[in-house]
Design a protein around this ligand. Structure first.
Ligand code: C2E
Ligand code: MG
Ligand code: MG
Length: 543
């Protein structure tokens, strides 16, 4: 029933890829196969009669006899050294190799023997090391990735440390223009510079596409200034030179790694507001605002699904006869804990969280439903769009669907975008606006005069009207400057065939002057505050 005789077994063991050792109770080797000779470099005759600790490196070497003595048949081989686990073996030349060992025990002619099957795990170990390396590193720059950084920093940092984050402002744009190869070679140059800049124990990582983190011991100000100086040197590619702007954020003092990274990123992101290319530390003010933003972030997601955002309508009147010509839809969020949060605060957060498209869709649906209820077919509804809406390829389709759902003619919708949106990606925004225009909707440039619109590109955009920013209206009629600016805007708009709308009209004197200056439409507390839709319809009826 047992098909193997002694010669068959010898031949099977002889061809095994695993090294096979048989030892007696004292650990003396009584048999080895060919693989054992290859794996450990000793010859068969050197092996026979030697102790098995020959292939065991210290400190296990010294304990090996003890393990053998502790063997008891009722506990089986599970407790014999190494059975089933990964450990190190040692070759004749002293070098080590990772091995896995399986052990069986048997008794022959009253004597106990152990046979060990030893598998060389070097290849596997190398593959596993490689995989671990790849999982922790960014394959373009060779720097740690976010995960690798987090792992490094999970070990307690030696002494106090600061996390510094920097973003290469033009990196994403240039990668799109010059291609992946440009990105990879720039990243490698960056990694080289960081390698020269950092001490061996200091860590650098790529945490986002264009954002990097380094971990330094205390007293970082001088180091960061030096790194900023270094990164100001243009990156080169062949004969071309690419100057990049690095914006730095420095974390707060002390704390968990995650918290340090977050505060450094926060400081770096905030730099967007106060100018790119600087070095920004995380301050108490930032701490307060970051806490509030975090609260808003967590609650904003529910707000939309729980119907906590509401729509207000603010009337727009034709200034010459104060006839109501339409409304602007303004979103409101009331949170039971945080109170009323103004759109100027939560819209930018929604943009960051990718929630703004949902808000736009919601407002569009509500606002169009309201304008559908107005009997006057000339009544228009203005809806504010976020910069990010213009980057969505399905924007036009969404507008079209919303109009269809409300059964409203496209001409009754006015898309409001801010000047800063228009300035971001001129070609893209222009293409989107042309689609919207072709659909038949109106387009209005909001907060006009606060941005950097140049006449040359204004002329390229299919805009119908300019909304003169509240900042100029506020100072009327007393400020000569404000009056001059409004006059200039009106005459420029006239030359381009655009209508003008004045925002934030609060009193009769402002309204009179604006009418006299030729502004077409007015909007402000004087003509009506943003109000619930029911109030707006009541106002409409009363007129
Ligand atoms: P905006 O589009 O320029 O809206 C005009 C802002 O001025 C509104 O502030 C309005 O309440 C306020 N306002 C109107 N008349 C007067 C006045 O006589 N005096 C003063 N002092 N203020 C007046 P609100 O509602 O807080 O909105 C602020 C900004 O938030 C808006 O500026 C708009 O850019 C944005 N926003 C509002 N609703 C939405 C929305 O549904 N989607 C998006 N993406 N943004 C929105
Ligand atoms: Mg607006
Ligand atoms: Mg405005």
């Amino acid at each position: 029933m047992f098909p193997y005789d002694g010669r068959a077994i010898a031949s099977i063991l002889g061809t095994s890829l695993d090294a096979v050792f048989t030892i007696d109770e004292q650990g003396v080797i009584v048999d080895v196969n060919a693989a054992a000779e290859n794996m450990f470099q000793w010859t068969r005759s050197e092996f026979l009669g030697a102790n098995i600790s020959l292939i065991v490196p210290s400190p296990l070497k010294e304990q090996h006899d003890g393990f053998l003595k502790a063997f008891s048949p009722d506990r089986g081989v599970k407790h014999v050294l190494g059975s089933g686990s990964r450990l190190d073996g040692q070759r004749k030349d002293g070098s080590r190799l990772p091995v896995e060992v399986g052990i069986s025990a048997f008794v022959q002619q009253g004597k106990r023997y152990f046979t060990g099957f030893v598998r060389d795990m070097s290849e596997r170990q190398r593959a596993e090391d490689r995989m671990r390396f790849l999982a922790a590193h960014d394959n373009e720059s060779g720097l740690l990735n976010y995960r690798g950084l987090a792992e490094c920093c999970r070990r307690p940092l030696e002494g106090p440390a600061r996390v510094i984050v920097f973003r290469l402002e033009e990196f994403r744009r240039f990668s799109i223009i010059y291609g992946e190869a440009w990105g990879t070679s720039t990243l490698q140059e960056l990694a080289r510079r960081l390698g020269q800049f950092l001490a061996p124990a200091e860590i650098a990582a790529r945490v986002r596409e264009d954002t990097f983190a380094i971990v330094l011991p205390t007293d970082v100000a001088g180091r960061v200034a030096a790194l900023a100086q270094n990164l100001r040197q243009p990156f080169t590619q062949g004969a071309m030179r690419f100057p990049l702007t690095a914006t730095f954020g420095i974390s707060q003092d002390g704390g968990e790694f995650e918290q340090l990274l977050r505060s450094a990123q926060w400081a770096c992101d905030r730099a967007n507001l106060s100018g790119k290319g600087g070095i920004h530390a995380f301050t108490d003010d930032l701490h307060r605002s970051s806490r509030r933003e975090l609260q808003i972030e967590t609650r904003l997601r529910d707000a939309i699904s729980h119907g906590r955002i509401a729509l207000m309508l603010q009337p727009k009147v034709r200034l010459v006869d104060r006839h109501l010509v339409g409304a602007e839809a303004l979103v409101r969020w009331f949170d039971p804990e945080l109170g009323t949060i103004p759109p100027s605060e939560f819209v930018p957060i929604a943009e960051r969280l990718g929630l703004v498209g949902g808000i736009t869709d919601w407002v569009l649906d509500q606002a169009l439903a309201e304008v559908a209820r107005c009997v006057d077919p000339a009544m228009t509804m203005a809806v504010n769009f976020s910069a990010l809406d213009f980057y969505q390829p399905d924007l036009l389709q969404r507008i079209r669907l919303a109009l269809a759902r409300a059964e409203v003619a496209p001409a009754r919708l006015v898309v409001e975008l801010t000047e800063s949106v228009a300035a971001q990606d001129v070609q893209l925004v222009k293409a989107r606006l042309q689609e919207i225009k072709a659909l038949g909707a109106g387009i209005s440039l909001d907060d006009f005069g606060t941005g950097y619109s140049s006449l040359s590109y204004l002329r390229q955009f299919p805009i119908d009207s300019l909304k003169i920013d509240i900042a100029f209206v506020r100072d009327l009629p007393d400020s000569q400057d404000a009056q001059a600016i409004v006059t200039a805007i009106v005459s420029m708009a006239g030359a381009l065939g655009l209508a003008t709308i004045a925002e934030g009209i609060e009193n009769e004197r402002q309204a009179e002057l604006l009418t006299r200056l030729g502004v077409t439409v007015g909007q402000g507390y004087l003509h009506g505050r943003p109000m619930p839709p029911a109030d707006f319809h009541r106002l409409l009826k009363a007129r």
